[in-house]
Design a protein around this ligand. Structure first.
Ligand code: HAX
Length: 435
């Protein structure tokens, strides 16, 4: 058994025993209560699932196994001479709750290289789609086409015992994550570069090789990819892509089906697609104003006109966060360290100065601050990745790390089919009348 799998099995067995005892002794303890506005309001804030890899605090932001993003930047192994954390290290941390050593991360990189062979029929399935198909549709198609390789589905069909679900899920998780950069780069190159594909470089780390296959050379872009694929990896379990993955997986659909479900949720403009919407909106503003160096007044007027048109300001607001998103801050710090005087980056910073006060003035926006998607596009544009309809695929490659680590835990801990209760408005009225 490989060292990560062995470690995961030990941890999961120990936690499984702890949870069984906890449920026996405290299973009926109340942890939440639900009010009617939550029934109509997207179930905001209702505690209803266990998610081991990360937890989100409205003020502090995300913590991965207890570590904030600045702590991750300090503690996770980096490449030689590199300053950004390697996402392999974050996956290790999310899966087993321990900060890995450099050797452990090197081992994981080599595992993912070994497992990265994408089946030929996946490329054929992608090639059958028109090249103007949205990259997220292509990404979801590619993931579901690889389901033919699922170890979980094959072993389930052969009569696998419940005790082995975790093992088969781990195998699918490792294979799937290993293949995603190749698949995503293939989509990028077929969509925007006439199908001129770039062979993987097996001497590079997972994120560095992804940057290389996209065709954007230079150490700084590789560094950006390491940071990008780290900060987007997980945001506890209730967000739409994570929850969708979790829900699909709870039916014992394998990780391929589950991740495709999660990616279909990520493709929505209120969630992951916001990263393309932000830069699309900024480009539209630059076009409308006829300058890449607008004044504060011009930007404020443009923000106002977007709101007057009944649209949201993309990249601002959050269902849980109530402060500037630490993932935004991490990307801003990257720009401050690596990029000197870029017009689009400057606009993003100007928006950070202007938008919160305007949103506060509406009196209804609970969080007027920027989220993760407000900054990422400007960084990508700076390095030449200007095709913004691809951006959500980058998010998806990263998000796979968290949601699949969580799926390993769900199967190891034997979590059941997810089935919350719904009611009708008629039921609500009757309930209120009875009260
Ligand atoms: N611009 C304008 N209005 C906004 C707004 C924004 N950025 N954010 C919230 N509001 C509005 C809501 O539309 C809502 O209006 P109505 O009552 O008229 O429907 C009101 O403020 C209250 O909303 P809320 O409670 O503050 O926010 P929600 O929890 O309902 O929604 C969203 C959270 C992220 C969906 C929301 O802030 C939004 O639409 N933001 C813009 C899109 C975006 O950036 N999405 C990415 C979020 C992060 C993420 O998941 N990334 O993947």
């Amino acid at each position: 058994m490989d060292p990560l799998k062995k470690k995961f099995h030990q941890k999961a067995t120990a936690l499984g025993t702890e949870i069984r005892n906890l449920l026996k002794e405290k299973g009926d303890t109340k942890v939440d209560e639900v009010v009617i506005k939550q029934l109509y309001g997207g179930a905001r804030g209702i505690k209803m699932m266990i998610w081991e890899p990360s937890q989100l605090d409205p003020i502090e932001g995300i913590r991965f196994r207890g570590f904030t993003i600045p702590e991750l930047k300090e503690k996770l192994p980096k490449t030689k001479n590199g300053k950004e954390p390697r996402p392999e290290g974050l996956f290790w941390l999310m899966l087993v709750g321990e900060v890995p050593t450099e050797e452990e991360v090197d081992w994981l990189t080599s595992q993912w290289i070994r497992r990265s062979n994408v089946p030929e029929h996946t490329f054929k399935a992608l090639d059958a789609l028109p090249t103007d198909t949205h990259p997220m549709t292509q990404f979801s198609t590619a993931i579901i086409s690889m389901q033919t390789e699922s170890v979980f589905s094959r072993r389930y069909g052969e009569g696998m015992s419940k005790d082995e679900y975790w093992d088969a899920t781990y195998e699918d998780t490792m294979n799937l994550i290993a293949r995603l950069p190749r698949v995503a780069a293939y989509i990028y190159r077929r969509t925007y570069h006439n199908g001129m594909h770039i062979a993987p470089n097996t001497h590079l780390d997972w994120a560095g090789n992804f940057a290389h296959m996209l065709g954007i050379e230079g150490e700084d872009f590789k560094s950006l990819m390491r940071l990008y694929l780290t900060v987007h990896a997980d945001h506890e379990g209730g967000n739409a892509s994570a929850h969708a993955t979790h829900l699909v997986g709870s039916t014992l659909s394998d990780p391929y089906y589950s991740l495709a479900g999660g990616m279909n949720a990520l493709a929505g403009p209120l969630h992951g697609l916001a990263n393309q919407e932000v830069i699309k909106w900024i480009f539209k503003m630059v076009d409308a104003l006829g300058t890449r160096k607008p004044t504060k007044e011009q930007v404020a007027d443009y923000v106002q006109s977007t709101l007057n048109a009944g649209q949201v300001i993309p990249g601002y607001g959050h269902a849980v966060l109530r402060r500037p998103d630490p993932r935004f801050v991490a990307q801003k710090e990257f720009a401050e360290g690596y990029i000197k005087n870029d017009d689009i980056v400057n606009i993003v910073w100007m928006l950070f100065d202007i938008v919160p006060d305007i949103l506060k003035g509406l009196g209804k926006v609970k969080n007027p601050w920027p989220n993760v998607d407000a900054h990422s596009g400007a960084l990508l544009v700076h390095y030449g990745l200007t095709e913004y309809s691809f951006y959500t695929v980058l998010f998806g490659v990263s998000r796979a790390l968290g949601v699949l680590a969580a799926q390993c835990w769900s199967r190891a801990l034997g979590f059941p089919l997810e089935r919350p209760k719904s009611v009708t408005t008629g039921w609500v009225k009757e309930y209120l009348a009875d009260k």
